[in-house]
Design a binder for this molecule. Structure first.
Ligand SMILES: [Fe+2]
Length: 143
């Protein structure tokens, strides 16, 4: 397996794990009677599954091996809403760094078609929308 295929498969594993994790976040928020925040997370979960599907298509359409990962049971409780969204925000930053790593490998090995597909299929900053949530929570707490 070449370096780019291996890196895409590693990223695929994180996308697979993110879907159930976002559902767990949604459940915890609902249990805390935070229905608005809770309602936001299933869409994030679906988004991660969509990202995983696009990674699979990118690999399979290129004749590369797809490794389906094992999914761990997600965390089920957090000390606070702020902690939860800090974790979600950090996860988004990690995804962005991982995607940037994939671009770098694709460019290094001259796989422009992979770069183009990854650019089209992934947001540049997965945590962008969460920046506003995180900022809003921090502002609310400071007020
Ligand atoms: Fe993602």
């Amino acid at each position: 397996m070449n370096e780019l295929t291996s890196a895409i498969n590693q990223h695929l594993a994180t996308e697979f794990q993110a879907g159930p994790t976002d559902l767990a976040l949604s459940i915890w928020l609902r249990e805390k009677d935070l229905a608005g925040f809770s309602a936001y997370m299933p869409a994030k979960s679906q988004e991660e599954r969509d990202h995983a599907a696009r990674m699979i298509a990118c690999l399979a359409d290129s004749g590369e091996q797809v490794e389906l990962p094992t999914i761990e049971a997600p965390e089920r409780s957090w000390p606070s809403v702020q902690t939860l969204f800090d974790q979600v925000y950090d996860k988004g930053k990690g995804f962005t760094a991982s995607i940037n790593h994939l671009y770098a490998i694709a460019e290094t090995v001259g796989e422009r078609s992979a770069t183009a597909r990854l650019l089209l299929d992934q947001p540049f900053l997965e945590g962008t929308a969460l920046t506003h949530v995180k900022g809003g929570l921090s502002g609310a707490r400071a007020a």
